[in-house]
Ligand binder design. Structure first.
Ligand SMILES: [Fe+2]
Length: 353
């Protein structure tokens, strides 16, 4: 009776192997018992996998590498031309909040792919009026072109080859963009580097007497000139900064995503601190700008083709070096709509401590 049981189909594998090696032990178990053994064995194996190995399997595979002590990080291990996993998008956004400026190298993107990646960060914000009064790319008016190249004597983009002074983008409107991206299509062998400065750090390290002077103050953000010093279409020269056209914003803002305080300067030309004499305003603005643009608050980007840089426009300033006018530099740029700019209100607890 016992011999018959050994050769029932659900015992076959065990008995066959035993027989192949000259017979010997045959396990007298049922299929149900076999399944339970397999589950227990698999469970024991999973529990033996080290935690780090499990993390490698389940975490997104991107790497974030800081680029400078003040701000900036490189994101590698991701290709922006295809749809991104939600976990990776979340990790990129967290890194953006932390480092303010993110660089992605080796990103050969079409304009639609650049637009698709940009939209992950919010609704696109069309470029501000350029000196030529029409979009540089008729097919993609949401994309601005930053270039010194001319075709038949006509510029294909903005800002030429000169220096672009320190500024924050489009702060002359009530709701400036929250973010911007530059995608490098053609870059000179040297020159044309872009710098960003961390305005959280600038505020946190501001001397107490300057903090006291700007508390509750607002400034006019002039709309007349772009960062290359070219007058925008429809504007006229400003002789008195107190009458400059443009939005007024608090000098210290609360970042809407992080809640942190940031110095919010816009651009120096024709700026004016409301309620002061022009002399007082100019003297204080000069002190603030000298502090905010100290090298220790900055990151320098030396461009390569196919670099893409994303930055937070509410807590950084940026500027660009001049470059050789005989070489070409072409960037495609997008920006993301922002909300109202709010003054930073220190909490009573923070003040008391
Ligand atoms: Fe800019």
């Amino acid at each position: 009776m016992r011999q018959e049981k050994r050769f029932r189909p659900h015992y076959f594998l065990l008995t066959w192997h035993a027989g192949e090696h000259g017979g010997g032990y045959v396990f007298d178990i049922t299929i149900c018992q076999l399944y339970i053994m397999c589950i227990i064995t698999a469970g024991c194996y999973i529990c033996t996998i080290p935690l780090t190995e499990k993390e490698v399997v389940t975490m997104p595979s991107i790497t974030i590498t800081p680029l400078a002590p003040a701000l900036g990080a490189e994101v590698s291990g991701v290709h922006l031309h295809s749809a991104l996993d939600n976990a990776i998008i979340t990790e990129i956004k967290q890194a953006w909040d932390k480092f303010l400026v993110l660089r992605f190298r080796g990103q050969s993107l079409t304009d639609p792919q650049l637009l698709a990646f940009s939209r992950l960060f919010g609704e696109l914000d069309p470029p501000g009026p350029n000196p030529y009064g029409k979009p540089f790319l008729e097919e993609f008016p949401e994309i601005n072109v930053i270039s010194n190249v001319k075709v038949d004597g006509v510029p294909i983009g903005n800002l030429g080859d000169g220096e672009a002074v320190w500024h924050c983008d489009m702060t002359y409107v009530a709701n400036p963009p929250r973010a911007a991206m530059l995608h490098a299509l053609d870059v000179p062998p040297s020159g044309g580097d872009t710098f960003w400065a961390n305005m959280y750090l600038a505020f946190e390290t501001l001397p107490a007497n300057l903090k006291a002077k700007i508390e509750g103050r607002r400034a006019i953000h002039d709309a007349t000139y772009n960062s290359a010093g070219v007058m925008r279409k429809g504007m006229k020269d400003v002789t008195d900064p107190r009458e400059a056209p443009g939005a007024q914003h608090p000098l210290v803002i609360r970042h809407p995503d992080t809640g942190r305080a940031a110095l919010f300067l816009g651009r120096r030309r024709n700026s004016y601190i409301v309620g002061m004499t022009l002399e007082e305003s100019n003297a204080l603005l000069d002190e603030l700008w000298a502090h905010a643009t100290k090298p220790e608050f900055t990151f320098r980007q030396e461009w390569r083709c196919d670099d893409l840089i994303l930055w937070d426009n509410r807590c950084t300033l940026h500027r660009r070096d001049a470059f050789d006018p005989t070489v070409s530099r072409i960037m495609h740029r997008t920006q993301i709509k922002g909300g109202p700019i709010e003054a930073f209100q220190p909490s009573p607890l923070a003040e008391a401590s």
